[in-house]
Design a protein around this ligand. Structure first.
Ligand code: HEM
Length: 211
């Protein structure tokens, strides 16, 4: 028998309790700040810094720093695990600063080496379209268009992919992000590259570590 203050493990009550407990630690955390910067710095914590611009309400649940693990697959490579940190931050203006760093993990969860890095800008528009500009450290730049599918899921696909002379052949991508299990972040990305049609390349599950 359970009493109200002893939630059943795995139940909704338990998930809400775990989420609330995590919020206790993440609510105090933010990106490192420059106190002497003469303008508003980026904040990944809605409790600190400038107010979120109304145009960013469709992306509000994403603001924060997220960390977790995922899988990378493609027919031309061998499957691997990776760790990842994603930042969604803002400076009060109607765009979101976005940054992701990943690292490969061995079977024991130990870091093998740093992997993909990308950064960019999410620009929600009045008609509900989300414009996303991404720059990859591998010489690829992309423009995505997308939209919210629900209040907690977002789907985007590339309109333009360009690459430097030295970059690998990357032709396009599709991404689906969603909040799951009371506030964790999950995403899947499909990519068309190195002569292959659009198909899964990465997916990950991340927990909020700040904001
Ligand atoms: C979390 C993000 C990502 C991780 C962890 C990841 C990881 C990997 C790994 C481990 C490989 C095998 C080769 C190697 O060891 O470097 C690979 C290949 C590749 N990835 Fe990713 N990747 C990520 C995102 C991306 C993105 C965003 C792009 C495109 C902009 C991309 C494009 C490629 C390409 C073109 C290859 C080479 C495939 C081949 O030559 O057969 N990856 N990736």
């Amino acid at each position: 028998m359970t009493t109200p203050d002893q939630p059943v493990p795995g139940s909704g009550d338990e998930a809400v309790r775990v989420a609330a407990e995590r919020a206790n630690t993440t609510r105090e955390r933010n990106l490192p700040q420059w106190p002497d910067l003469p303008i508003d710095g980026d904040t990944a914590n809605l409790r600190e810094g400038p107010n979120l611009h109304d145009a960013l309400l469709p992306l509000l649940p994403l603001i924060g720093v997220w960390r977790g693990e995922g899988e990378v697959v493609y027919p031309t490579i061998s499957d691997q695990h990776f760790g990842q940190q994603i930042v969604f931050a803002h400076d009060g203006r109607p765009f979101v600063y976005y940054e992701s760093r990943a690292w490969l993990l061995d079977a024991d969860g130990k870091v093998i080496r740093p992997a993909a890095r990308e950064m960019g800008w999410w620009r929600p528009q009045p008609d509900g379209t989300i414009e996303l500009l991404l720059t990859h450290a591998t010489g690829v730049i992309e423009i995505f268009y997308g939209e919210s599918r629900t209040q907690t899921s977002w789907e985007l696909a590339t309109d333009v992919t360009m690459r430097t002379a030295s970059a690998k052949e990357v032709n396009g991508a599709k991404r689906l992000y969603g909040l799951v299990n009371n506030g964790d972040l999950a995403y899947v990305e499909e990519r068309a590259m190195v002569g292959q049609p659009l198909q899964p390349h990465t997916s990950a599950y991340l927990r909020r570590v700040a904001g």
